[in-house]
Write a protein that binds this ligand. Structure first.
Ligand SMILES: Nc1ncnc2c1ncn2[C@@H]1O[C@H](COP(=O)(O)OP(=O)(O)OP(=O)(O)O)[C@@H](O)[C@H]1O
Length: 573
């Protein structure tokens, strides 16, 4: 049994926007439960919270009576019971070949070799049955998962979800990109899950496929649970779907049309077969229905208002957060401040000057939301380690004398290196602050505005814009790849880690996909920017109606200039 009590999840920084609001529900084994809701209603967030990947800000989750979260992390014994198939299949793939993908998922279960091979074989036999005239199979163990098509990647993701035989199978949009044949395989897998006493929770928009199959439906709206019903009850109350902001699926629209045409259409008819049978049984009314459907293209207006019947949970007070509180600085100001700071850091020649330059950067970082700040600190740790090692190497001395070879350390030798690394550290921190606090599009807009002045004096600003845009694009990309990998390590590697952390031993497999993603992104962006004629300067200098310079920006700009003047004047003291 999985019990969620008053679960709330918020986004730090975005005015503490609420993603999940007081979710209370108990899920049982042996059931297939659907999570429904319009886009952005919180289905993926809820699924990840159930998988122990998202930390609830408040509330409690218990799995088989035990609290899921202990001391800021989910114990491996709990993670081993759940299996999450991600919404986008490529998000969970990283290994060189399919066999390694399978073994990575199975490793935490510490099975013996035979059992491991058996489970891989069972899963692949199910998800990769022989196809075509030649009985061809796609999932050869030595094949790269990245050489598969989108639908094949999805099937491989589902095979990876099944290979570990989790008690709690959590599937995010599992039918997206699957043809009917593969959906049948999915049902086969869900049958097995149900019969073995396990549970499946499926976030989906594909109501026609899953409603007839499911035992239970949870309906989300703006992070709130507004209904907990059976599929049959949902068919009888289509207004719930409308209330959740979703349209009706074709099957329910058809049923409504037929009812509106006066055909006694029974509520249990949900599948194509059941519907066909109901229509045939209605006999003489068929012709009338066909005529009515031909005439009417819109939904009948006869759908009753949502009633307050006790079986449905009532929506609580609206919790839609307001966006207005998050008023960012103008990106042009940020560019100016950034350039001033980097220039000031470059001009400093001693420790005191650099430390004074660090103060405004540290101040700007200190007011970031806590989660972002923790992320920055995590990114900085390997950098600091690199600085320490570089300094140690640059200060190392080797002398040969009568006593043989002697190793030593020269502080004078090391100091120059350390000073330069300190400068680099400050510039990196400033870049991090800039890229974390500014959406990429606004950053480029601000840059275009600033560079327009360079263009006027015939500077080669277009290539500079391209290079700077790429660099700033990479910083959040590295961070998002890091987050993705942490999800893999925790969900598939079953590591009892705090969110956004990975194990040292997982760093090796992280590097290759990260570099590949960076190269791919560089190529995509170069093409996109060329297509948008950045090289011909068409975009440069374009005045954007989105950039609004406020009085506060002017005040901060003046303070920035004064601090810059102060820092530069340090050189002469
Ligand atoms: N890391 C994040 N930072 C900020 N907002 C987020 C984050 N993750 C999700 N959100 C927001 O939370 C809301 C719910 O997202 P979620 O992915 O759970 O929705 P969903 O119901 O699964 O949507 P879809 O059907 O489109 O996949 C969205 O408005 C989304 O923008």
């Amino acid at each position: 049994m999985m019990e969620l009590k008053n679960i709330c999840v918020r986004v730090p920084g975005e005015n503490n926007r609420t993603l999940l609001d007081q979710i209370t529900v108990t899920l049982r084994r042996g059931e297939v439960t659907l999570l429904l809701g319009c886009t952005g209603s919180g289905k993926t967030t809820l699924l990840q919270t159930m998988a122990g990947l998202k930390t609830p800000d408040s509330g409690v989750i218990r799995l088989e009576g035990e609290p899921m979260w202990r001391d800021g992390r989910v114990p491996q014994s709990v993670l081993l019971q759940t299996g999450l198939v991600f919404q986008f299949p490529e998000q969970q793939l990283f290994a060189h070949d399919i066999k390694r993908e399978m073994l990575y998922s199975l490793r935490p279960y510490r099975l013996n070799e035979d059992d491991c091979e058996q489970q891989i074989e069972d899963s692949l036999a199910h998800w990769d049955p022989p196809r075509g005239d030649q009985g061809e199979r796609r999932f050869h163990l030595e094949r790269s998962p990245f050489a598969l098509s989108g639908g094949e990647k999805r099937r491989l993701g589902l095979a990876l979800g099944e290979v570990t035989k989790p008690d709690w199978m959590l599937l995010d949009e599992p039918s997206a990109g699957l043809e009917a044949h593969s959906v049948k395989l999915l049902f086969g897998s869900l049958d097995k899950q149900r019969m073995s006493g396990g549970a499946a929770i499926i976030a989906t928009h594909d109501l026609d496929t899953f409603l007839p199959y499911a035992d239970r439906v949870l309906l989300l709206k703006e992070g709130r649970l507004i209904a907990d019903v059976t599929p049959l009850e949902l068919h009888a109350h289509p207004e719930l779907l409308l209330q959740a902001g979703m349209g009706l699926p074709p099957s329910m629209r058809l049923a409504e049309q037929l009812r509106a045409a006066g055909i006694a259409f029974p509520y249990p008819a949900m599948t194509a077969e059941e519907m066909a049978e109901a229509i045939i049984r209605s006999g003489g009314q068929k012709a009338a229905a066909a005529e009515h459907m031909h005439d009417t293209k819109e939904m009948p207006e006869a759908i009753p208002d949502y009633d307050d019947s006790a079986q449905f949970q009532q929506p609580t007070a609206a919790s839609v957060p307001s966006n207005e509180a998050y008023s960012a600085l103008d990106p042009r100001l940020k560019w100016v401040l950034y350039v001033l700071l980097v220039t000031a850091a470059m001009l400093q020649q001693d420790w005191l000057g650099l430390t004074l330059t660090l103060i405004p950067v540290a101040g700007a970082l200190a007011v970031l939301p806590r989660q972002m700040l923790t992320g920055c600190i995590k990114l900085m740790k390997p950098l600091v380690l690199f600085f320490v090692l570089s300094t140690a190497l640059s200060g190392s001395t080797i002398t040969t004398g009568e006593g043989g070879i002697q190793l030593g350390f020269s502080w004078i030798q090391a100091e120059g290196t350390l000073l330069n690394l300190y400068r680099l550290f400050i510039v990196t921190l400033a870049s991090l602050w800039f890229s974390l606090t500014t959406p990429y599009g606004r950053m480029v807009e601000g840059l275009n505005w600033v560079l327009a002045y360079g263009r006027k004096i015939k500077l080669p600003v277009a290539s500079f814009a391209l290079a700077v845009s790429l660099i700033f694009r990479f910083i959040p990309m590295i961070w998002s790849e890091w987050q993705r990998f942490s999800l893999i390590v925790r969900s598939r590697g079953k590591a009892a880690l705090k969110p956004n952390t990975v194990r040292i031993r997982d760093l090796g497999p992280l590097i290759i996909p990260l570099l590949m993603a960076l190269f791919q992104r560089a190529e995509d962006m170069t093409i996109a920017m060329e297509m948008r004629k950045v090289r011909e300067n068409a975009a440069l200098g374009a005045r954007s109606s989105l950039l609004v310079w406020s009085r506060r920006d002017t005040r901060i700009g003046i303070i920035g200039l004064l601090v810059f003047a102060l820092l530069v004047s340090m050189r002469w003291f």
